[in-house]
Each structure stands twice: as C-alpha cells, then as structure tokens.
Design a protein around this ligand. Structure first.
Ligand code: GDP
Length: 299
C-alpha cells in the first residue's frame, strides 16, 4: 500500500493541487463545482462519479468558504462508496480440484507477471499450483512462465510457440486433474493477428476447458494496465462479452496518474476487483482495499 500511495501520488497530487487552487479565497458556487467536476474528470473518475462528487461537495455549502481538505474528504467518501461493493477477495473453492483460473487481457497488461505473483501467493498458502503457458503466440511469455514455475516450484504445461492454445488448456486441465493440483492458472494470448481472432481463440479456450470440466473456468480474471486510462473501459467490455470475466486485477498502479480509472470502471461495470499490482516483484500484488484506495486517490 505504500507503493500504491506512492504511485497514486501523481493522481492525488494533481487532484489535490487543482482542488487547492480552486477553493482558495472563493465562496462555493456553481462555477466552483463545475471546476471541481473538471478536475475529477481529468483524474479519469468518469462523468457519473465526477458529477455525483461535485453535487455532494455542494450540498449545504453554497455561499460558504470551503477548504481543500473538505473537498478531499468528500472525494474519499464518495469514491469509497463506489469501490466498497466491488472490493472482493478472490475466493478459491477447495472443493474444486483444480480450481481453474483463466487469465485474460491485452498484451503487456501484466498477465504473466500476475500469474507468477498469484502462483507464489497460492503456493505460500500451501496450495498445489500448476501453470499453463496458454500465450502460445509469444515465445517470451512461455519462457517467462517457466521462470515463474521454477521460482514457485509449480509445474508448467507448455507447448511450442505457435501451438494451439485451446489444446494446451485441455492438456493442462487433464494433467492438473490427474496430478490433483489445487489451482490451475492458465495464461492466454493478448495479441493475435487481429482482435476478432483473439476473441475467437479465447472463446475456443473456454469451450475446450468446459469439455473437461463443465463448471470451469471457475474464475476468469481480466488483467488491466492502469496506465491505459479510459481505454480500460472498452477492454472490459470486449473481454467480458467473450470470456465472462468474473473479476479484475489492475496492474501498474505504482507509476501512474491514472488510477482514477478504476473508479470509473467500478461505477460502470460493477465487476469485482480482487487485486492491484504495485510493482514488478513477486510481493507487489495487494488485495484490493476500497478505503485505502479511495484515500490514496483523494490525496
Ligand atoms: P502480459 O503480456 O500481459 O503477460 O504482460 P507481462 O506480465 O509480460 O507484463 C508486461 C510488463 O509489465 C513487464 O515488464 C512486467 O514486469 C510489467 N508489470 C506487470 N505488472 C506490473 C505492476 O504492477 N507494476 C509495474 N510497474 N510493472 C508491472
């Protein structure tokens, strides 16, 4: 959380400075609320939330002097209201053996790294993990996953570059069942020749997984890179439509001024947010906590 607060300093710093500039030596009026709304929009919080926060700031305060801290407090409260319902831990159902987690997202969003962090976490909890290198499109992804496998002492099922990722998922799930692994984490490609091909392949992966276990995948995690800002909204739509996303992980919150996008996303899609990535290291995955995040955003 220290890293998060550090990282989000750019968001909160920008927001805090702008708010402080706005409220000095002015009484609260409609123009000031419009300005506050603009600041929130620029922090990527989205229209609905920005309007709502500005309204909440205005309530009972017209024609009175207002301090920057008062505004920040309202921001923190309103943001927390949006985030609390979506801040949910990822529950691993031990009755499912293996509990199958499909990890999706565009290239570079941090899928493979997140899988490594999750493998470390689950292993530390005493669970037997298996990894499937389903991003068969990228040789580096396969190698990266093997390194994570060694580090976390988890077997890795991998094929050659360019091999069929759906059949790899099939092989991996079959092996995970045979070897009684507790959790199977399946990586997927984030880029193919084009978007429809990517989505077709994802659909196929899900279909093939269901042939082995009709209830799987038990979780579909969408990994989103916070630095892409508003672009994250369309990524959620596309992946949700294709793969039935059950929860989000937002990465790279350690170095961006765009953490507010998580608020806009939560308002719009209301998908559970399980974890946030705050660095490249194995320990840099934190369970998502609404209150802390809201405070970090407000500054
Ligand atoms: P993939 O293509 O989705 O599998 O993405 P990768 O896992 O290969 O990650 C892409 C890059 O982002 C790598 O350089 C990672 O080290 C980096 N990365 C992943 N998560 C985080 C994070 O939370 N913070 C930072 N700063 N970098 C991250």
């Amino acid at each position: 959380w220290q890293r998060l607060t550090g990282g989000l300093k750019r968001t909160s710093g920008a927001l805090g400075t702008a708010v402080a500039d706005l409220v000095t030596k002015r009484k609260l009026d409609r123009a000031m609320l419009d300005d506050i709304e603009d600041v929130l929009l620029r922090a990527d919080l989205g229209t609905e939330v920005s309007v709502r926060i500005a309204d909440a700031v205005g309530k009972g305060r017209y024609d009175k002097a207002i301090s920057a801290d008062e505004v920040k407090d309202v921001v923190a409260i309103e943001v927390e209201k949006v985030l609390s319902p979506v801040a949910k831990p990822l529950e691993i159902d031990a009755a499912k053996q293996p509990f199958v987690i499909l990890v999706v997202g565009v290239n570079g969003s941090g899928k493979t790294t997140t899988i490594g962090k999750l493998a470390a976490k689950f292993s530390a909890e005493g669970r037997k993990v298996m990894l499937a290198a389903g991003d068969t499109f990228r040789a580096a992804a396969i190698e990266q996953l093997k390194v994570w496998g060694e580090r976390t002492k988890s077997p890795v099922i991998a094929g050659a570059q360019g091999s069929d990722s759906a059949s790899l998922a099939f092989t991996a799930l079959t092996a995970a069942k045979e070897q009684q692994r507790d959790v199977l984490l399946i990586d997927t490609a984030g880029r193919l020749q084009n978007k429809s091909e990517l989505m077709n392949e994802l659909e196929k992966v899900v279909r093939v997984i269901k042939k082995v276990d009709a209830a799987a995948p038990h979780a579909v995690l969408l990994v989103l890179d916070a630095t892409v800002g508003q672009n994250a909204l369309s990524q959620v739509e596309a992946f949700h439509r294709t793969a039935g996303v059950t929860g989000l992980v937002m990465t790279k919150l350690d170095g961006t001024a765009r953490g507010g996008i998580l608020v806009a996303l939560s308002e719009k899609h209301k998908l559970p947010v399980h974890f946030i990535g705050v660095g490249e290291g194995v320990e840099d995955l934190a369970p998502f906590a609404a209150k802390d995040f809201a405070k970090a955003i407000a500054g």
